[in-house]
Write a protein that binds this ligand. Structure first.
Ligand code: HEM
Length: 240
C-alpha cells in the first residue's frame, strides 16, 4: 500500500525488503552449493592426469554409491532450479521497481561481469545441458560413451580424452569456460557480500572471489587444454 506521497507504507516496504534480502540469501546459498560442487568436480577430473586406472576407479567408486550419487544429484538440481527461478524473479522485481529507464544509466560501480550476469548465467546453463548430454547421458557422442576398459568398467577416462581431443568439443568447452568465469567472477564476490563474509571492514577477504574463480577456471582449462595437447598418460582408445 502507498501513502499520499506515493511511497510504500513502512510495514509493506520492510516486508518487501525482507523478502528481497531473503531471495538474495537463498541465491547465495544455492550458488554456494554449486561452487562447492565445482571445486570437488574439478579436483576429481584433474585425476585424468593420473591415468586410466585411477580415473576409472574414481568414476566407478561414485557410481557404486547410488544413494550418495542420487542424493547429490537431487540437491544439485533443487539448488539449480531455485537459483535460476530467484535470478529471474529478482531481475523482474528490479525492472518493475524502475519502470522508466534512467535517462542516463549510472553503472560506474558495476563491473562488466555484473552487468552481464543473466547472459553469462544463460551461457552456463546452455553449457550444463550440453555437458550432461555429452558425458552423463552419452547422447551427443555415443561412440565415446559406450567404451569399456580392460576390467569391463565404463571407460570414463577414454570418454574424456576422446572428447577433448575433438577440436570442436574442446573449443566449445573453452567458450563455456569464458562464460563461467564471467559469471563466477561476479557471483562469488556477491555471494560472500550477501552472506556477510566480506565487508568493507575486512578488505582482504574481497580477494576470495577472484582467487576461487581463477583456481576453478585455470583448473578446468588445464584439463581441456592438457588433454587436447595429449599430456595425459594413457591414450583415449585402448589398443587391442
Ligand atoms: C573441463 C571441465 C569439466 C570436465 C572435464 C568435466 C567432466 C565431467 C565428466 C567426465 C562427467 C561424467 C561423470 C561420469 O558420469 O562418470 C561430468 C558430469 C557432470 N558435470 Fe562436469 N566437467 C567439467 C566441468 C563442469 C562444469 C563447469 C560444470 C557445472 C557448471 C559441470 C557439471 C557437471 C554435472 C552436473 C555433471 C553430472 C554429475 C552426475 O550427476 O553424474 N561440469 N563432468
Amino acid at each position: 500500500m502507498t501513502n499520499a506521497s506515493g511511497a510504500l507504507a513502512p510495514n509493506r516496504a520492510s516486508s518487501l525488503f525482507r523478502s528481497t534480502i531473503g531471495a538474495k540469501v537463498l541465491m547465495a546459498v544455492t550458488g554456494g552449493i554449486w561452487v562447492g560442487w565445482l571445486v570437488l568436480h574439478m579436483l576429481g577430473n584433474l585425476q585424468v592426469f593420473a591415468g586410466r586406472e585411477t580415473f576409472n576407479a574414481y568414476a566407478a567408486l561414485l557410481k557404486g554409491m547410488p544413494g550418495l550419487l542420487w542424493g547429490l544429484r537431487i540437491v544439485m538440481l533443487a539448488a539449480f532450479v531455485t537459483h535460476v527461478a530467484l535470478a529471474v524473479s529478482l531481475s523482474n522485481r528490479n525492472r518493475d521497481a524502475r519502470p522508466h529507464a534512467y535517462v542516463r544509466k549510472r553503472e560506474s560501480r558495476t563491473t562488466p561481469a555484473g552487468r552481464f550476469m543473466l547472459l553469462s548465467g544463460l551461457g552456463t546453463l546452455a553449457f550444463i545441458v550440453y555437458h550432461l548430454l555429452h558425458f552423463t547421458l552419452g547422447v551427443t557422442n555415443p561412440d565415446h560413451f559406450q567404451m569399456v576398459d580392460a576390467q569391463g568398467r565404463h571407460d570414463a577416462y577414454g570418454m574424456l580424452v576422446r572428447g577433448f581431443q575433438t577440436p570442436a568439443i574442446a573449443a566449445a568447452y573453452l567458450v563455456a569456460m569464458a562464460a563461467l568465469s564471467m559469471h563466477l567472477s561476479h557471483a562469488i564476490t556477491s555471494m560472500l557480500n550477501t552472506l556477510g563474509i566480506t565487508t568493507d571492514a575486512k578488505p582482504r577477504l574481497a580477494m576470495i572471489g577472484p582467487v576461487v574463480t581463477t583456481i576453478l577456471i585455470v583448473g578446468n582449462l588445464v584439463i581441456v587444454l592438457g588433454v587436447w595437447l595429449n599430456l595425459q598418460p594413457d591414450p583415449g582408445v585402448i589398443s587391442p
